[in-house]
Design a protein around this ligand. Structure first.
Ligand SMILES: Nc1ncnc2c1ncn2[C@@H]1O[C@H](COP(=O)(O)OP(=O)(O)OP(=O)(O)O)[C@@H](O)[C@H]1O
Ligand SMILES: [Mg+2]
Length: 225
């Protein structure tokens, strides 16, 4: 990890060759560099009890990128990790991944449901619990997915339990920005493919279907398993 001064930090932000892609809390969050790389900035958390103090999110991102690769899952290829102690801020730079984010693709028609369902079933079989699972955090090109936004990933040494599968899928189906994509029919279509490559018992499949289809119809929203 490279330690940088506040001046170098500011010069990266003010470099005219770099363009700010997203802001968070009025601060630059993602920057695209002129050489086709992306820099993500991790500011310190305000909450004193945040786990970021013990295990900074940037370091988790770094470690998770390595671990995902060892599990055969594509993730950002990190080229540098910097830390500015003056403002307790980390910067991670990684290669821009070609392709489109899956939220955009799915909003153009549901033709990607099969591919997405297969991919997520594989993640779950590998015991990967990607907490920020939602369509915008998946990039897709030529039949291949890449996970981004990977600072919160748990690796189990066996396929995910029913409870974790439910939590993860529920999170994805309830994301506000994807309300138009996920409806009882598309969730059903998704689960049909997901179950094809998930060796769950008949009862477990029934339970997941019961709790996940109609999730947006508030009836099952509060059920926690
Ligand atoms: N390596 C990459 N290659 C191509 N596009 C990327 C890459 N990283 C991010 N993006 C684009 O930028 C968007 C936002 O990136 P990301 O999900 O990492 O940040 P975020 O959601 O704003 O961050 P956070 O949730 O941590 O606040 C992505 O949906 C994607 O479109
Ligand atoms: Mg994101």
């Amino acid at each position: 990890m490279e330690i940088i001064t506040i001046d170098s930090f500011n010069s990266i932000l003010s470099n005219p060759n770099n363009s700010i892609i997203t802001m968070k809390y009025k601060k630059p969050k993602l920057i695209e560099n002129s050489n086709g790389e992306i820099t993500k900035i991790f500011y310190p958390k305000k909450r004193w009890h945040s786990s970021n103090r013990r295990r900074p999110y940037a370091l988790r991102f770094y470690k998770n990128a390595e671990l995902l690769l060892t599990h055969g899952i594509k993730a950002p290829h990190i080229t540098s990790l910097k830390y500015c102690p003056d403002i307790k801020t980390h910067m991670i730079t990684y290669k821009k991944i070609p392709g489109e984010n899956v939220r955009v693709l799915m909003s153009q028609g549901a033709k990607f449901i099969t591919d997405v369902a297969k991919y997520i079933a594989i993640l779950h079989q590998k015991g990967i619990f990607f907490r920020a699972l939602h369509l915008e955090n998946l990039l897709y090109q030529n039949g291949e997915f890449t996970l981004i936004d990977i600072d919160d990933v748990t690796f189990k040494n066996k396929p995910l339990s029913l409870r974790y599968r439910y939590r993860n899928l529920k999170h994805m189906f309830l994301v506000n920005e994807d309300k138009k994509t996920w409806n009882p029919q598309s969730v059903k279509d998704f689960l049909q493919v997901y179950f094809q490559i998930t060796p769950l018992s008949f009862l477990s499949k029934k339970i997941l279907s019961l709790f996940l289809i109609n999730l947006n119809g508030s009836k099952h929203k509060m059920i926690i398993i």
